[in-house]
Design a protein around this ligand. Structure first.
Ligand code: ADP
Ligand code: MG
Length: 245
């Protein structure tokens, strides 16, 4: 097994009652990979990311993080989530906390960093996403694009090894999509390992090195962006992509 496998998803299936939502999902993420997961609504993309972040428990299969199965009993889930962080479509900021406090709380509670250290680190990442002028604002005082940039800074402040994004721009007004994608492009260029569920096909094509196309709970096709977007092999992939032309 190569040493640079960060995550290996093996034979992962997930059912809700009798409803099979994910079926025998297999894929591998290496250090520095930017994997984009595309597919129609209801194909299981969010459930897959939620399994990888341990917000859902797989029905069967394994999720290996550096060869250790994180679905095993006794795994410290908050510690794992500090390594494999998640950015949500709906931001999930704490509305009663300021921008700065949102970016500190995980560091102090989970990583047991001192307030000074957490603040210094939060400021570093808020600056990186262009949100340092807003540290004392509450989430309701800033725009959706700004909220998402704060959510990205919050995730980065934990210094994760992998960042998961579930349709990070889908809840945004069109004029705010660009500012969030620009931040994500910067992270990709810096070599941060990311798994991104997105409907932004131009972005996926540009930024990823691996594209996973899901349909009805299975990986229908996967490969390099130039192949998936330029020369899709499966009828379902062709049909899905034709909607974006
Ligand atoms: P996507 O993100 O690709 O739109 P989802 O992973 O959200 O797809 O959903 C895949 C399927 O799983 C859908 O049919 C959805 O209704 C179902 N599903 C997701 N979460 C739950 C849940 N907690 N309970 C029951 N069904 C669910
Ligand atoms: Mg979804």
């Amino acid at each position: 097994m190569a040493e640079n496998h960060v995550l290996e998803i093996r034979h992962l299936s997930k059912s809700f009652g009798k409803h099979v939502v994910l079926r025998d999902i297999d894929f591998t993420v290496d250090t520095g990979d930017v994997t984009c997961i595309i597919g129609a609504s209801g194909s299981g993309k969010s459930t897959l990311l939620r399994c990888i972040n341990m917000l859902e428990t797989p029905t069967t299969g394994e999720i290996l993080y550096h060869e250790k199965d994180i679905t095993d009993k006794g795994v410290n889930v908050p510690a794992y989530r500090s390594k494999v962080g998640m950015v949500f479509q709906s931001f999930n900021l704490f509305n009663n906390l300021t921008v700065l406090e949102n970016c500190m709380i995980g560091q102090t509670k989970v990583l047991k960093r001192s307030k000074e250290e957490a603040k210094k680190n939060a400021m570093k990442y808020l600056e990186k996403v262009g949100m340092s002028p807003y540290i004392n604002a509450k989430p309701k005082q800033i725009s959706g694009g700004q909220k998402q940039r704060v959510a990205i800074a919050r995730a980065l402040a934990m210094e994760p090894e992998v960042l998961l994004f579930d349709e990070p721009t889908s809840a945004l007004d069109p004029q705010m999509v660009g500012e969030v994608l620009a931040v994500m492009r910067t992270l990709a260029k810096e070599g941060i390992t990311m798994i991104i569920v997105t409907h932004e096909m131009a972005f996926a094509r540009d930024v990823s090195n691996h594209v996973v196309f899901m349909a009805d709970g299975v990986i229908e096709e996967e490969g390099k962006p130039a192949d998936i977007f330029g020369n899709p092999q499966k009828a379902k992939t062709q049909e899905f992509l034709s909607r974006f032309i």
